[in-house]
Design a protein around this ligand. Structure first.
Ligand code: SAH
Ligand code: SF4
Ligand code: F3S
Length: 485
């Protein structure tokens, strides 16, 4: 990653060129410069700075992509706001479950009405949902007011697509099936000054039978460690103290690089970056979690005491069908080993209820894992049929009422256990990264413990971004009330 000032200098330099240069990063700088001219014209016409709003659905990966899109929009001259009345609205979509898609279609209806009132309004759709053929067909035929559609593999081309839209005024659709390209050094705006997500890999090769992600995010590609470290060093220079390394399966990081390295090795390199105080990562696939990683976590002063280890199901039979490459026993043994090696760790998980063919016994195995591992928290999902995945073809889908009943039983158990776990730090003094002034009471600030739990305590906004010692006086369900010491 290069610094903002250097990017600005290069954008200005590109403006003198007659045609776009070969190098992909510089090409995009060139198009950002071209878009600036259009944004300035629009500014003269509107007699105010044109505004843009990026709405993000889905996971941390999408949140990070949105920061890149915002970075480019800012460089073009848009003012970023959080209001869909903006002159340029972008939906960065998710398709992991059906309701994610329904949400987008619902909201597009209201965007259409806003566009009728603002003829300058540009609407762009991107993200995982756009990688699905039937979605594109539907947008082409029923959502003709959309201006730009692009996918997950060509986000780096955003400036170019905006420029083409400014020029042609017709609907631009550009979707790539896959890519092996990683374009570095594009602008990016961070949501927080003190913490940042850093992509370490893109895509997924696991093809869990229920999951659409490998189809919409493409094959696994790792970034080079030197690019990652450079980015983190620059973030540290910029005041960032906490980073979250992002990938669908961070434990398989680096395997396909020209000079392969392991995730544990990468963490050791990240640990050495001065100024970074906390390291988080997401997500760990249990099948690839190595002893080396546990060792590195155990000896690290910076890696947070938190491991998100999605189990999906406790039934060995279903896990096999899901293509997860572990069974109930190996998962439980892994969780035990982690807890033994890192005693105060918080384990969290994802669980799917109602996978095709799930019997009561399969479900009880899931309940059993929850009771044995005693997660600090768990995301519970109702299975959603995703077109194109192997699980969607099965004819033994589970009836809704059975799923609902199981889901409620699971949720109750998960919540009871996490409430019991939550209190275990009461009375202790822990490090807290202050993130914000409390929404309800401005005499308080809110921060996070290493295990990601929220703590509220008396303090002022100047504390935001610093790590302070806080005594945890009282556990109130899922958060603590504390006092700075
Ligand atoms: N790469 C991560 C998960 C990314 S998707 C991992 O493997 O752990 C986040 C979560 O969504 C998954 O862990 C899973 O629990 C859930 N999920 C994925 N596909 C789903 C589907 N078809 N229906 C319901 N939940 C699903
Ligand atoms: Fe989906 Fe499995 Fe890949 Fe996670 S590891 S993104 S659940 S296919
Ligand atoms: Fe959704 Fe795409 Fe993330 S499908 S969960 S936004 S990788």
């Amino acid at each position: 990653m290069i610094l903002d000032k250097q990017i600005e200098e290069k954008i200005l330099k590109m403006q003198d060129l007659q045609s776009p240069p070969e190098d992909e990063t510089l090409r995009q700088y060139y198009f950002i410069g071209k878009c600036r001219e259009y944004v300035n014209m629009l500014k003269d016409e509107l007699k105010r700075t044109p505004t843009a709003d990026v709405v993000t659905f889905g996971c941390q990966m999408n949140a990070r992509d949105s920061e890149k899109i915002i970075g480019i929009l800012e460089k073009m001259g848009f003012e970023i706001i959080e209001d869909e009345n903006a002159d340029f609205v972008i939906y960065n979509t998710c398709t992991v479950r059906e309701n994610a898609n329904l949400k987008v279609y619902g909201r597009l209806g209201s965007l259409k009405k806003m566009k009728q009132k603002n003829p300058h309004k540009i609407i762009a759709l991107c993200g995982c949902m756009m990688q699905e053929q039937e979605v594109i067909e539907k947008i082409r035929s029923s959502y003709k007011f959309v201006n730009i559609v692009f996918g997950t593999h060509n986000i780096f081309k955003f400036a170019q697509l905006v420029y083409e839209q400014f020029k042609s005024q017709s609907m631009i659709i550009d979707i790539w099936k896959d890519t092996d390209k990683i374009v570095e050094n594009l602008p990016s705006e961070r949501k927080y000054s003190f913490k940042a997500g850093v992509n370490i890999m893109f895509g997924c090769n696991n093809f869990c039978s229920y999951c659409i992600v490998p189809y919409v995010r493409g094959r696994e590609r790792s970034r080079k460690p030197e690019d990652i470290i450079k980015e983190i060093e620059n973030l540290a220079k910029d005041g960032v103290v906490e980073i979250m390394l992002l990938g669908q399966n961070v434990n398989s990081y680096g395997k396909n690089l020209e000079n392969p390295i392991s995730f544990a090795q990468l963490l050791t390199m990240v640990e050495k970056v001065d100024g970074i105080e906390r390291i988080r990562f997401m997500t760990s696939h249990p099948k690839d979690l190595s002893d080396d990683l546990i060792e590195v976590m155990k000896n690290s002063k910076k890696i947070c005491n938190h491991l998100h280890l999605p189990v999906q199901s406790g039934s060995s039979r279903l896990l096999k069908d899901m293509n997860r490459h572990y069974d109930k026993e190996t998962y439980l043994a892994l969780a035990d080993k982690i807890k033994k090696e890192i005693p105060d760790i918080s384990l969290t998980t994802d669980i799917i209820v109602g996978y095709p063919g799930e019997t009561e016994q399969d479900f009880l195995d899931t309940m059993d894992v929850v009771e044995k591992v005693r997660y600090d928290s768990a995301f519970t999902f109702i299975y959603s049929k995703r077109t194109g995945t192997p699980a969607a073809k099965r004819d033994d889908q589970i009836p809704e009422d059975v799923i609902k009943d199981r889901f409620n039983r699971l949720l109750k158990s998960v919540q009871e256990i996490s409430a019991q776990n939550a209190g275990r730090f009461e009375g202790m003094t822990v490090k807290v990264l202050v993130e914000d002034v409390n929404e309800k009471d401005s005499s308080l600030v809110t921060g996070r413990m290493s295990n990601n739990m929220l703590v509220h305590f008396e303090g002022c906004k100047e504390l935001i971004g610093s790590i302070v010692d806080v005594k945890l006086n009282e556990c109130c369900g899922f958060y603590y009330m504390g006092q700075m010491v």
